[in-house]
Design a protein around this ligand. Structure first.
Ligand code: G1P
Length: 298
């Protein structure tokens, strides 16, 4: 099996109901952390990991996402004529090469596994691929997927990003049943999607970065619905283990923000705001002032 990972699937069909009313007219993935939409963080991470082809699984109402990746010649000309080269560069970094990006519609909201399966015809039968969930934003010196691609070159198999979570949070995640713990990598003997309270096999949760063997797509074709009545990616990866193939959890170095929740999104906004040199001093001073005056915004 080839071990170069050059394609990534971005499941972006979700309705984003947790962010209503904003998501009534803008896709959740276009919501911004500081000045970049969530999807841009995911794309940058994919590029850093060597991804060349970007497959978006979308749904009705996601047109703004397609526009976002388009070139905008009028805006670019205007910035060029005004000599605004830094903004021009920012803009050009969001452009996608023709043919590098594909959009597939998920016609029914049947779950994450189904969304990934919708892209099956774009992945060859010997081709590993990545899956990135843009809700999980990960800050780190080396982007998470790049860390995983490097580890995967040695390990092969399937690999999921993993992070310890408190037992009380386990029922929000896919949880790994760990066979051997090697430190940054663990080998996995089972996986459970959103276990019932008290039934999680460990505290190690799957975070939204995956490197998957194409056989996972075949598993998805045969899979019935799982947790929450949805077709679960976790179940299709667990089927690899039952077929005798390797699955690893990778404890990435970095900080993960759950931007699918309001609290997580706000935390990410603060962290990424403070990470910006041009904002840091003013923003930090404001936060200090706010924390000494609780409820100031009420
Ligand atoms: C999805 C996956 C789950 C994983 C989580 C990470 O769940 O199904 O296994 O732990 O992403 O964010 P969701 O958050 O879409 O319910």
């Amino acid at each position: 099996m080839n071990r170069r990972v050059t394609k990534a699937i971005f499941p972006v069909a979700g309705l984003g109901t947790r962010f209503l009313p904003a998501t009534k007219s803008i896709p959740k993935e276009i919501m911004t952390l500081v000045d970049r939409p969530l999807i841009q963080y995911a794309i940058d991470e994919a590029r850093a990991a060597g991804i060349k082809e970007f497959i978006f699984v979308t749904s009705r109402g996601k047109g703004a996402l397609e526009d976002y990746f388009d070139h905008s010649p009028i805006l670019e000309d205007s910035l060029r004529s005004k000599g605004k080269t830094d903004l021009l560069e920012t803009l050009e970094n969001t452009n996608m090469e023709s043919g590098a990006i594909a959009y597939i519609r998920q016609h029914k909201a049947l779950g994450l596994g189904h969304a990934v399966w919708c892209a099956r015809r774009l992945i060859a039968s010997d081709e590993p691929f990545a899956v990135i969930l843009p809700d999980d934003v990960i800050a780190g010196d080396k982007p998470c997927l790049q860390q995983m691609v490097e580890a995967y070159e040695e390990s092969g198999g399937c690999m999921v990003a993993a992070m310890e979570v408190p037992p009380s949070a386990a029922s929000s995640y896919g949880i790994l049943d760990v066979e051997n713990d090697f430190g940054s990598m663990v080998s996995v003997r089972g996986m459970v999607e959103k276990p019932e309270p008290g039934k999680a096999p460990s505290e190690l949760a799957v975070i939204g970065r995956y490197i998957l063997a194409p056989s996972v797509l075949e598993n998805l074709s045969r899979l019935g619905s799982g947790a929450g009545g949805e077709i679960q990616l976790t179940d299709a990866i667990a089927a690899e283990i039952r077929a005798g193939r390797d699955v690893f959890g990778y404890r990435f170095r970095g900080q993960r923000f759950d931007c699918g929740s309001k609290a997580g999104f706000l935390q990410a906004t603060v962290a990424f705001g403070l990470a910006r040199e041009e904002l840091r001093d003013e923003f930090a001073a404001y936060l200090r002032e706010m924390t000494s005056l609780p409820h100031a915004a009420q």
